[in-house]
Design a protein around this ligand. Structure first.
Ligand code: HEC
Ligand code: HEC
Length: 451
């Protein structure tokens, strides 16, 4: 037995040390106590308006959360699973996260996204960050969804994106073994309805908010947005000034449209920021057909994490922030619905005439809005797929009885099983629970690692 053990252990060391094991589970691995989605530890600058500021700076009064769907930890947990569940598409290949990836600021790095059957979306994917702070509460570039609850059911039914009917969606959800508990926790019983699917997804999306960027660290140290931030380079402070200042004062008036500490689009809604001389996409014009002012106007979502959400604009036409800044600097087109904020005294498109230093500063400032806590935060991560670190010792019985729980202390807080597929480990669902980054402690101290 002992010889066997040493032989097998070295065998395992050869095969397992340094191996990357993506664990592709068909069901989600979730914490026993749900992550905290409901508490917002907003810094004071989010909730306090700067006195005498011409524009509201706080997010007070702009939260679009409806009274009957506030974010709960269990509701958003269900939403997270639905968001990452590829089974909820016509051929089981696409989830919401396929086009809204955390590492890309919950947008997509492709100008147009690929749907379940290889088709492309009509527009560029949008970030989901700070969706809750869009006061008008409408969604999509053209604002065609009246609420977030309405919006989150639309991708499922979109013939390019996920290709289901709502009945099919309900059926697929009802057939999965892991959903009854999640619905019970979130809504008090196990009934699966599209209304509940919509509410849970909307809760998850509204939980994705950003308030922990370099910008926030600096902002917390000064009384108003205008003051130089002590943690900023002089270039970043210059960029901030250009972002905030009006055009006659030498700035770009960006804050007028990308506004409040959430850097969301302002209350008047969709704008035409001068991308095209003639209409190439009706935008909000289709949603508000009786009001010609909406033609070629688009919603913009938050600029927080904008560094990660490239490419830019409703059609993903700009690959970099440098191109975006150059657009505002010299490329604004004279369309009939061009926002007056981007015209000069004669009604012509403004020319900002920024120097190369100023353009670089504006880009540097936009990058201070990057919030890395959203990128790899477990509570926003894919519960279905994970790579994990495995540390522990196999007891000498492991091979004969195949009983992998012997000699391991299962980590607390994680549920679900893991399928390990390897030459020297028997295949199957292991009888103990394990989660992301878990360290297994064992009784006899020999440690090896699977990464
Ligand atoms: C195939 C890619 C794809 C899939 C799958 C997808 N989306 Fe999107 N999403 C997009 C695109 C593209 C847009 C912008 C479309 C437009 O405005 O016309 C968008 C827009 C949105 C918006 C609007 C954001 C805003 O600020 O107005 C939300 C919210 C959203 N998606 C959530 C979801 C959810 C939830 C799911 C899953 C149920 C999902 N998406 C699935 C590509 C996708
Ligand atoms: C008149 C309002 C307005 C002003 C002023 C304005 N923007 Fe925009 N911005 C928009 C709109 C509307 C969009 C989305 C347009 C589209 O995609 O069709 C947008 C898009 C963007 C985007 C890309 C967002 C994304 O998700 O792809 C960036 C970055 C941006 N603006 C930065 C700036 C900067 C920097 C300034 C100042 C130089 C500025 N904006 C001034 C209205 C404005």
């Amino acid at each position: 037995m002992k010889t066997n053990y040493i032989f097998l252990l070295s065998f395992m060391l050869i095969f397992l040390v340094g191996m990357a094991l993506p664990v592709d589970s068909t069901y989600p691995i979730l914490p026993t106590t749900p992550f905290d989605y409901s508490t917002l530890n907003l810094p004071a600058h989010f909730t306090t308006d700067v006195p005498a500021s011409p524009l509201p700076t706080s997010i007070n009064g702009i939260d679009n959360t409806p009274v009957d769907n506030s974010v709960t930890d269990d509701g958003a947990t269900l939403g997270r699973v639905l968001f990452y569940d590829k089974k909820l598409s016509a051929n089981g290949t696409i989830s919401c996260a396929s086009c809204h990836q955390a590492e890309n600021g919950f947008s997509d790095s492709a100008p147009l996204s690929i749907g379940f059957d290889g088709g492309t979306t009509g527009r560029h994917s949008m970030t989901l960050i700070n969706a809750r702070w869009y006061q008008r509460g409408r969604f999509f570039w053209d604002e065609r969804a009246l609420t977030l609850e309405e919006q989150v059911l639309m991708p499922f039914q979109d013939p390019v994106e996920m290709g289901l009917t709502l009945t099919e969606l309900e059926n697929i959800v009802s057939q999965q073994s892991y959903y009854p508990d999640l619905f019970l926790n979130a809504f008090g019983d196990t009934n699966v309805t599209t209304d509940r699917i919509s509410k849970a997804l909307a809760q998850f999306v509204r939980s994705i908010v950003s308030y922990s960027s370099k910008y926030d660290v600096g902002r917390a140290q000064v009384s108003g947005i205008g003051a130089n931030f002590p943690n900023f380079t002089s270039e970043e402070n210059l960029g901030k000034q250009l972002f905030m200042q009006t055009i006659p004062n030498g700035g770009g008036a960006c804050f007028g449209c990308h506004t409040t500490e959430a850097f969301v689009s302002a209350n008047p809604g969709p704008q035409n920021n001068g991308l095209d001389l003639t209409t190439t996409d009706q935008g909000a014009g289709t949603t508000f057909p009786n009001n010609p002012i909406f033609e070629s106007r688009f919603k913009t979502s938050t600029l927080r994490n904008i560094e990660l959400t490239a490419p830019y604009m409703h059609d993903g036409r700009f690959a970099t922030l440098e191109e975006v800044v150059e657009h505002y600097n010299s490329g604004i087109q004279a369309h009939p619905t061009l926002s007056p904020a981007l015209t000069d005294a004669n009604g012509d498109p403004v020319q900002l005439n920024f120097t190369a230093t100023e353009k670089a500063a504006l880009v540097a400032f936009l990058k201070t809005l990057t919030d890395s806590t959203l990128v790899d935060n477990p509570k926003y991560s894919d519960p279905f797929i994970s790579t994990f670190t495995f540390q522990g010792t196999i007891d000498d019985d492991y091979h004969t009885d195949d009983n992998w729980d012997r000699g391991f202390t299962p980590p607390t807080g994680f549920e679900g099983s893991i399928f390990i597929d390897s030459d020297c480990i028997s295949e199957g669902n292991l009888p103990f629970d394990i989660g992301l980054g878990t360290e297994l402690t064992t009784k006899d101290g020999v440690t090896f690692e699977i990464k």
